[in-house]
Design a protein around this ligand. Sequence first.
Ligand code: TYC
Length: 127
Amino acid sequence: MTETDHSSSVFNSSPRLSGEPGKPRRSGSGPGTAVITRTKPQTKRPSLYRVLLLNDDYTPMEFVVHILERFFSKDRDEANTIMLHVHNHGVGECGIYTYEVAETKVTQVMDFARKHQHPLQCVMEKK
Ligand code: TYC
């Protein structure tokens, strides 16, 4: 433990009320008083999640396009392209979000599809 070592640590194993016999007591900084210091910035980039639409045989194409416009802010052309990709390949990406945003999108899509009695499935997966 040196002055340049900023790792988290606290000195002060056994504070004495009257100090070491024969030695003056010290107050303020120095042994007996320590400040916990962080060395590196504690920020970490959040994990990201893909939100995916799954194909089925019953949900109308126009409904899927509407979902992509309404919940994923796609323009009409982009929404059409993604919908057709899902239709042709079975699965497709709607967007990439942090966990809670992705979870919210999935819930919004599933609730909306259910409300309109379509079997459309929306899922999220960690990138
Ligand atoms: N396959 C559907 C149809 O032919 C269209 C569709 C596209 C459904 C994408 C779901 O995620 C989907 N009506």
